[in-house]
Design a binder for this molecule. Structure first.
Ligand code: F6P
Length: 546
């Protein structure tokens, strides 16, 4: 599918979609100023709470009628029924013939989720308990290294879903981390990543966690081998057992690597990589914040799961967020969505959401393999405020593109410098207000600016935002926030009729890289059978590398 597919075509054509196309014509040029002027209670009416989060969606280019029509679309596409099928363990990842049960990862002990005759929640809690014992041993200094020294450095080796979530969460919850411990994350196959992460570490104090659902991923296996060599060079072969742990659904491969089976923490094929930070893939996070805080994070996930499953569609936060994304993507033709957490410790959140949303929703055919006739996943990007205000916000305010944004903030200060928190939050509220209402040329002139400069100084406004506000950045809230976006992605995928849980698109590049790496080796130049551009690049690389 080319990128110039008409943005307002349904997949498949439905009455609700057509109604939204018609409705869009009536709203496309309406300004948020007018929407607020016409409805003094809009700010109260277009906001809902769930699982500890407030979603203020009043500054969107919608009316009550838009919401009614979006709900009708969700009903027509049977979003609630598709959601219930996921929770019930149906094989909704049809292209991989798998159930999708990340919601079982945070179900409370005693909850019943059955899959193929197995009590899934029992399995989940058995692994959580084993993780808890291991994490506690490390945190209390009873599970020490080969020389008897405390393992105070934890290096997570993993990529994609086996990296982004654990790093994001560990950074977000940093104040809860034992200050005597250091956490590093190695993901890139660029050797510089491993070297930078380990160059100041002592092997005698270092634990490596090899996190890979498949235990076959090129980057992770390469870095795991480098870690083994680094450790053996420092402490000898006999030290490997005490300095490695693994998280994988492929236990035989992890043990074949030399990792003690008692230190291999399992997950299951019904957990997608980008939905796995609350599984054993979160082991580094659990070691950092401790089992009790990890449980609190799971409780936050579960609270949002319950909200998603039970709240009526019109007050259902993930459904609202997902439908608004569909509204901008398919009817306004917006290409991207910006995510701006007003929290320095959530710097990893946009990258985390990039994988969650773009691997899930970057699809060109529906579940039946038929080409889609509408755009799917918007491009997701972002940076924390207030830094981003001093880099790309200019384009958001005065550029020619429509860029809907989510601004995420917290009421309680996130550092002992509590006085600075009001400044931070003032900026969040100000940006949402400025983007929505702008400053007209008349207002600019009234403020004393010469009329000749007014065009450059004015901002049009009418730029939509969601504001997501929570009391504090704690484990519960983080879990709830991640689950909010997980289920928003689910809602969008259900509307588009795609499989949100596969990622076949990344395979071709992996296959080609596997072939090309053999052509880069030292020695006789191989006969290259790529296109002329790729052949020339490989030849130049071979001739120029140091
Ligand atoms: O290449 C994409 C991907 O399969 C992601 O979906 C996944 O999170 C990542 O690679 C890592 O996979 P693994 O955990 O199996 O190493």
């Amino acid at each position: 599918m080319s990128h110039d597919v008409p943005s307002a075509a349904p997949a498949p054509i439905t009455l609700a979609w057509q109604a939204l196309v018609a409705h869009f014509d009536t709203i496309a040029t309406v300004h948020l100023r007018d929407l607020f002027a016409a409805d003094p209670d809009r700010g109260q009416r277009f906001a809902f709470e769930g699982a500890g989060l407030l979603l203020d969606y009043a500054k969107n280019r919608i009316t009550a009628e838009t919401l009614r029509l979006l709900q009708a679309l969700a009903a027509e596409r049977q979003v609630s029924r598709q959601r219930d099928a996921m929770f019930a363990g149906a094989v909704i990842n049809t292209t991989e013939h798998r159930a999708v049960l990340h919601v079982a990862l945070r179900a409370p002990r005693g909850a019943t989720v059955m899959l193929d005759g197995v009590y899934v929640v029992l399995q989940v809690h058995a692994v959580l308990d084993a993780m808890g014992r291991f994490a506690t041993g490390l945190r209390t200094g009873t599970a020490n290294g080969h020389t008897g020294r405390r393992l105070c450095n934890v290096v997570n080796i993993g990529i994609g879903g086996s990296y982004l979530g654990p790093e994001m969460a560990t950074m977000a919850l940093r104040p809860l981390t034992d200050p005597a411990m250091r956490f590093r994350f190695v993901s890139n196959v660029d050797g510089a990543d491993f070297v930078t992460a380990t160059q100041d570490l002592d092997p005698a104090e270092t634990l490596f966690i090899v996190a890979s659902k498949t235990f076959t991923t090129l980057e992770t296996m390469t870095n795991a081998a480098a870690a083994r060599d680094w450790l053996v060079a420092g402490l000898g072969e006999a030290a490997v057992g005490r300095h490695f742990a693994a998280v994988s659904a492929n236990v035989p491969a992890a043990t074949a690597f030399g990792i003690d089976p008692a230190r291999v923490f399992g997950l299951w094929d019904w957990v997608g990589g980008r939905y796995s930070m609350d599984s054993a893939i979160g082991l580094a996070t659990m070691i950092a914040i401790g089992p009790a805080h990890f449980q609190a994070m799971l409780a936050g996930f579960h609270a949002m799961d319950t909200h998603f499953r039970t709240a009526p569609p019109q007050a259902n936060l993930p459904m609202l967020l997902g439908l608004l994304s569909v509204w901008y993507t398919n009817f306004f033709g917006a290409e991207t969505i910006g995510i701006m957490p007003y929290a320095a410790r959530l710097a990893g959140f946009p990258a985390y959401l990039q994988q969650l949303q773009m691997e899930s929703s970057g699809k060109h055919v529906d579940r039946a393999g038929q080409p889609l006739h509408c755009q799917t996943g918007p491009i997701v990007w972002g940076e924390p405020g207030t830094d981003s205000q001093h880099s790309f916000f200019q384009l958001l305010h005065q550029g020619t593109r429509l860029v809907p944004c989510d601004l995420i903030g917290f009421c309680e200060a996130m550092s002992p410098l509590a006085g600075q928190h009001d400044l931070l939050m003032a900026n969040l509220f100000a940006q949402a207000e400025a983007l929505a209402f702008g400053r007209s040329q008349a207002e600019v002139i009234a403020g004393g600016v010469p009329a000749a400069q007014a065009a450059w100084r004015a901002t049009a406004g009418n730029r939509p935002t969601n504001v997501i506000l929570a009391d504090r950045l704690d484990p519960f809230t983080l879990g709830s926030l991640v689950a909010l976006y997980e289920h928003s992605v689910f809602t969008q995928g259900a509307i588009w009729g795609i499989d949100s849980f596969d990622q076949w698109g990344v395979e071709l590049g992996k296959d080609l890289a596997g072939r090309i790496v053999g052509e880069l080796g030292h020695g006789k130049a191989p006969v290259l059978r790529h296109d002329s551009s790729t052949n020339a690049l490989i030849a130049r690389y071979r001739s120029r590398r140091a």
